[in-house]
Design a protein around this ligand. Structure first.
Ligand SMILES: [Zn+2]
Length: 482
């Protein structure tokens, strides 16, 4: 029909057909090299047309430019276009006094090419759920937020902002409440959660159609959580534990009170076995359980003795209240003696060394940072790029690392139809890079422009986001100094 009208208009006004037959887009990104993350290959001289928050066409420049017209066109300059990055493990929290400081972290994600974050729960669940809605409706500027809402815990847990459960009926009510809140997934932590209820909560949440993630109680094996249906394992330490030969005995001894926590961890540290690990990881792969290693946070803590973060430029982007939450780990690390420091280094290196084994077993690795309050110097935004650099350093290819930050998140949420590739029909969340990330993963930091839900933020706009946050933090610091 559109075509017929175009032909009629061309005939009426004696115009060449091409002048009126063009489809209208909002934005054309011309002459970009598209990074096909799934195929680990480049497609040169492509043009991408977006309308609203969706990509409507992708193809050779000549072909797309002939068929589409747009209000705005930018020249990709043969730079590298990737799907928007996802940080699959972030936190917001630190108490009601820090709501504004947490909200000020949102632009940091955009300025670093991160267009979606998965909030793995903190102590401000209601605020975060409100931001999720405000961002989706355009009232608040930030990355697309996917949130667990309040996490499920036991009675009187160490964590705040939780739903406390001490019985199956409590868990049933918790899952119903989370369903009512429309959470994107369920997070369970184990500071006081009873092991049998932990497994019950996983089954209940899965039965309610929700993905589940969490910290697995020491009295259980990772395998028990996998059999109950856990959807992802957060923190590589649990993947390491799954590779411990006597894991079941250690869990049973701890559950029965025959050994304490310290002894359990001593035996876990000493008991890793590559054969056991590979069998466990192949099972994770077969069951579709993803792993979010969150190595950057562990690296920062492990090497606090060597890296002095006091002069980190990035601290100027983090509010004073959030910076104060960093202190406890710094103090704890400062108390360690030489043996303690060496043990910390060794633990990090041992745990990180299972990363290529997970990849080899076919486990989908998700890039997530654990950035937010409490997690010292693990900075929202830049931390994801540091995480990817660690992935490559520990043995992943740049393409695998890039997939962990662009495709694994959408895959976990069942949203690959909408995210994870630069293709027609996918979200107009894109990052234009100066360099080729398939050659050097460090290229994800060389951001020329970010497209968020169809809106373009060029380098100047991204720098302004950072400068604005810096001014905000400076004003908070000045007020705090008074
Ligand atoms: Zn976390």
């Amino acid at each position: 029909m559109k075509m017929l009208i175009s032909i009629l208009l061309a005939w009426l006004f004696q115009l060449p057909l091409s002048a009126v037959a063009k489809e209208r887009a909002d934005l054309l990104i011309r002459h970009a090299t598209i990074v096909d993350v799934a195929g680990a290959r480049l497609v040169a001289d492509q043009t991408v047309a977006t309308r609203g928050d969706v990509i409507v066409a992708v193809g050779g420049d000549a072909e797309v430019a002939k068929a589409w017209t747009a209000r705005r066109a930018i020249d990709g300059g043969n730079r590298f276009l990737i799907p928007g990055l996802w940080d699959m493990h972030v936190h917001f929290g630190g108490g009601p006094a820090l709501v504004e400081e947490n909200q000020a972290l949102l632009p940091l994600y955009i300025a670093h090419g991160i267009t979606t974050v998965r909030d793995a729960s903190g102590d401000l669940p209601n605020e975060v759920l409100a931001w999720r809605g405000d961002i989706a409706s355009g009232r608040l500027f930030g990355p697309t937020l996917l949130s667990s809402g309040p996490k499920i815990e036991g009675i009187k847990p160490v964590w705040k902002g939780t739903i406390e459960t001490g019985s199956k009926a409590d868990v049933d009510a918790a899952v119903a409440r989370l369903k009512g809140l429309g959470v994107d997934f369920v997070k369970i932590t184990d500071s006081t959660m009873k092991p049998d209820l932990f497994l019950y909560a996983i089954r209940k949440a899965r039965a309610a159609g929700l993905c589940v993630s969490g910290h697995i109680p020491l009295a259980l094996t990772v395998d028990q959580a996998v059999d109950a249906g856990i959807s992802s394992i957060e923190h590589i330490g649990y993947a390491y534990k799954a590779g411990v030969k006597d894991e079941a005995t250690i869990a049973a001894d701890f559950a029965a009170g025959r050994i304490d926590r310290a002894e359990a961890y001593r035996r876990i540290d000493a008991g890793f076995d590559p054969g056991t690990a590979m069998a466990a990881y192949r099972k994770l792969a077969a069951k579709g359980v993803f792993v979010t290693p969150t190595l950057n946070g562990s690296r920062v803590i492990a090497y606090l003795d060597q890296d002095d973060h006091k002069t980190d430029d990035y601290l100027g982007l983090i509010g004073p209240g959030l910076r104060a939450t960093y202190q406890w780990r710094v103090d704890r690390a400062a108390n360690a003696d030489a043996a303690g420091i060496a043990a910390r280094h060794a633990e990090y290196e041992h745990e990180a060394s299972v990363l290529p084994m997970l990849q080899k077993a076919g486990v989908t690795i998700m890039a997530g940072t654990d950035a937010g309050f409490l997690n010292s110097f693990n900075y929202p935004g830049i931390a994801l790029h540091q995480e990817l650099a660690i992935f490559v350093d520990k043995g992943l290819t740049p393409a695998e690392a890039l997939a962990s930050a662009t495709r694994a998140g959408p895959a976990w949420f069942g949203k690959l139809d909408r995210y994870g590739a630069v293709e027609a029909g996918k979200a107009a969340d894109l990052v234009l890079l100066d360099r080729n990330p398939l050659e050097d993963i460090g290229a994800t930091r060389a951001i020329r422009a970010v497209v968020l839900r169809g809106a373009v933020y060029d380098r100047a706009a991204l720098d302004k986001m950072l400068a604005d946050t810096r001014s905000k933090v400076a004003a908070w610091d000045a007020a705090a100094a008074k």
